[in-house]
Design a protein around this ligand. Structure first.
Ligand code: ZN
Length: 301
């Protein structure tokens, strides 16, 4: 047993020194998924289902370490995909500033596509694993996945709000982990496992373990490519562009992150904007619209 342990330790050292090789996952120590998709019932209406009797699988060591705030984001894997993100959410690491733009991040499997059946039109959101309101982590590629509007709003937001509310009210900590669950080598996650546990009261205030589906009612998604189409219609051709007018557009806009409006640099309201709220952005209109920014009514960008 001791020999095996030292062999594993040696391999670990080798792996770490090589900077993330596949040995870790071969040993089952790296990107192993905490749940199998076989355990998850097919999507049938509710945006999320309880996993493991709604009990999170944090270890005693993890719980003991969570009396102080921290945050952790896994390195992207060899396919450029996010791993789990975990935080002990405390009032000291919650953000005090407005959220900036995340339109420059393109998570694995990303497509810019619009449907009238989707709230806000854009099928995909750059979906925070640990929500901005909890740790203030914004345009971090290790914390953003290609997630549907439905996953973002119906699947995840209530749990984030619950944690934010509890931490603000009690000033206790909530141990929170979000793990994107991929099928094989697919770039788009099938869903996310969300686990939460309030630390100081031993889970009396917050305790959950749920899987939220990365689906969008009315739209069919090919998780191997991120392509999508209206359910009941034919899939698009392989070479069909997402939004024809959005190819390679690099326009400079000025954002007001407080009002969440975007302007042309020449707009009269830009000079009066406070530096705190002003942010320059280079990209496309769709990048901003899909990040819930609204065009200014004066300069009409
Ligand atoms: Zn303007």
């Amino acid at each position: 047993m001791k020999k095996l342990t030292s062999l594993v330790a040696l391999l670990l050292v080798l792996c770490l020194s090589l900077g993330g090789c596949d040995l870790l996952s071969m040993l089952g120590l790296g990107t192993q998924s905490p749940i199998s998709l076989d355990e998850v019932p097919a999507y049938s209406g509710p945006a999320y289902v309880e996993i493991n009797g709604n009990v999170p699988s944090f270890t005693d060591e993890e719980k003991a370490a969570a009396t102080a705030s921290y945050e952790f984001y896994s390195e992207l894997d060899a396919l450029g995909r996010c791993g789990y993100a975990e935080a002990s959410v405390g009032i000291d690491i919650m953000p005090t500033e407005e959220r900036g733009s995340i339109g420059s991040v393109k998570p694995s499997g990303w497509h810019t596509v619009k449907y009238d059946v989707v709230d806000g039109k854009y099928l995909y959101n750059r979906c925070h694993l640990v929500g901005y309101q909890l740790t203030g982590e914004n345009a971090n590629e290790k914390n953003l996945i290609t997630g549907t509007r439905y996953l973002n709003i119906e699947g995840m937001l209530d749990f984030e709000n619950m944690i934010a509310h509890y931490v603000t009210e009690t000033e206790n900590h909530v141990l929170y982990r979000v793990t994107p669950i991929f099928e094989g080598s697919e770039p788009v996650a099938r869903g996310v496992l969300m686990e939460g546990w309030s630390v100081e009261d031993d889970g009396a205030g917050v305790c959950f373990s749920v899987y939220a589906y990365n689906v969008q009612p009315g739209v069919t998604i090919d998780y191997a490519t991120g392509k999508s189409w209206l359910s009941g219609e034919e899939p698009p051709a392989d070479d069909a562009p997402d939004t024809p007018d959005d190819e390679g557009v690099n326009v400079t806009y000025i954002l007001n992150i407080s009002t969440r409006r975007f302007h042309l640099p020449t707009c009269s309201s830009v000079s009066g904007m406070s530096e705190k709220n002003k942010q320059e952005f280079v990209g496309s209109r769709d990048d901003l619209l899909s990040d819930d920014f609204v065009p200014c009514g004066t300069c009409k960008p």
